[in-house]
Design a protein around this ligand. Structure first.
Ligand code: HEM
Length: 425
């Protein structure tokens, strides 16, 4: 289709002059993307000087993710990768493909199966220590569990609990900055405010821990077959020379980031959804996986983006080269056009019939195409094992009087999750 035949792209609802959609976003950050969802397949969003085409239609959402000729990583990933020195796994094109192939063996089903025993042990050890009737801070417990599993299975690192907590805290800060960093100008998010200074200090501590792990392993190369070993033996996709410690640190950090916030937030939501539903808990042991899939549907991230490599026509609109193009996993996963009662947590969904999957682009918890989650099996096994181990041992209940809010972030999470646990009889 030529440029002259394209139709103008309608603005998303809620736009005001100059500031565009900033007021609507600030007013209702969590429901923003749902509140602007229309029947238009593609709409235009503006946040001051930052503009974005937002896809509402599953077929477009599918295309934006899998058509790597047309779309590369956009601002969202650049903001994220910038925190870690732009490691190759967070880039695009040939360098990304090379790095992805290099890392893949560390994430294969077989390799994750090899870690399953360690994951079960970690879950057993942690959840066996809970005391009947003594409140459990389940959000912290889930995050500690996931951090221990990820650091152990990918990097064979057994770090002191205080260090793991510090790492988790730093990653939480990055996640909190990610969404605002995407839609607001960099100048606003990198001012030397006390919060930004604390963030820098936290990143420095994080770097020191990782550097020590890399140096220890360099002293004993090949001692353990894990992702860190793969990185030490790998060559840089751009230069063909071995990675420097600094570059390994970047890869390491982005993998830990990709693994921790996602897995621990989803697991904490899964525990919340089951803790308020005793009947669901009863079925959990057998049905952990469908609980997980529904959790990933309901609690997806706010926004993901690509950038058009060249002029592309989407839904009749000419999207010029260099434009940011996005989709909201959260809004797509809660779309009433696809799901009956989209806000209801229902692991027994039947809208697609037995064995039928939702249309591609309407449910994509692990992403689609070349950037589909490399840690999918690790995350699924970690969370399923944790849910099943919990259900086998404990009955969960939200601690009386607890008020649980949805905390704003690029991946919204429960503000906290205090539980009271009773042993299963
Ligand atoms: C509940 C847990 C997880 C969820 C929901 C999740 C989700 C996703 C999604 C949606 C993408 C695609 C992003 C895009 O296309 O723009 C992705 C990519 C990625 N994920 Fe995950 N993830 C999870 C756990 C993990 C774990 C445990 C790891 C292990 C390190 C991991 C590592 C990665 C990496 C490296 C990528 C980028 C892959 C590439 O660009 O080739 N994730 N993830």
């Amino acid at each position: 289709m030529s440029a002259t035949t394209t139709v103008p792209c309608p603005p998303a609802p809620g736009r005001v002059p100059v500031l565009g959609h900033v007021p609507a976003l600030l007013l209702r950050p969590l429901s923003f993307f749902e509140s602007i969802r229309t029947r238009d397949p593609l709409v235009r969003l503006g946040f001051g000087s930052f503009g974005l085409y937002l896809a509402n239609d599953p077929a477009l959402v599918h295309r934006i993710q899998v058509d790597t000729d047309a779309f590369e990583r956009g601002r969202f990933f650049e903001v994220l990768a910038g925190h870690f020195g732009n490691p190759p796994i967070a880039t695009d094109g040939a360098a990304h493909r090379h790095q992805r192939r290099t890392l893949q063996p560390g994430f294969s089903r077989t390799s994750v199966r090899d870690h399953a025993q360690a994951i079960v042990e970690e879950a057993e050890r942690r959840f066996a220590a809970w005391q009947p009737g003594v409140p459990v801070q389940a959000d912290e417990e889930m995050s500690d569990f996931v951090a221990a599993v990820v650091l152990r299975s990918l990097f064979s690192a057994d770090l002191p609990p205080a260090v793991v907590r510090d790492i988790r805290h730093t990653l939480g800060l990055i996640s909190g900055k990610l969404f605002t960093g995407t839609v607001f100008p960099e100048a606003l998010t990198s001012l030397p405010t006390p919060a930004n200074r604390r963030f820098k200090a936290a990143m420095d501590r994080f770097h020191a821990v990782i550097d020590a792990l890399i140096q220890d392993r360099r002293a004993e190369p090949g001692s353990v077959p894990d992702v860190l070993d793969i990185l030490l033996k790998a060559t840089h996709p751009d230069t063909g020379r071995p990675f420097t410690d600094h570059e390994i640190r970047g890869e390491f950090l982005i993998l830990v980031f990709a693994a921790l916030e996602t897995t621990s937030t989803s697991l904490t939501w899964a525990v919340f959804e089951t803790a308020i539903r005793p009947k669901v808990q009863q079925r959990l042991y057998d049905e952990a996986r469908s609980v997980l899939d529904e959790t990933l549907r309901l609690h997806a991230s706010m926004l993901s983006t690509r950038r058009a490599r060249h002029d592309v026509v989407l839904a009749g609109t000419l999207v010029p080269a260099g434009s940011e193009v996005g989709y909201s996993p959260r809004a797509m996963h809660r779309n009433p056009a696809t799901y009956t009662d989209p806000h209801l947590f229902d692991p027994d969904r039947t809208e697609f019939g037995p064995g039928q999957a939702p249309p591609s682009g309407a449910y994509f918890p692990w992403g689609l195409g070349a950037h589909r989650c490399v840690g999918e099996h690790l995350a699924a096994v970690t969370m399923t094992v944790a849910l099943a181990a919990l259900a086998a041992r404990w009955q969960l209940r939200i601690a009386p009087g607890a008020r649980i809010r949805v905390a704003k972030s690029s991946l919204p999470h429960p503000s906290s999750l205090p539980l009271l646990v009773t042993p299963r009889g």
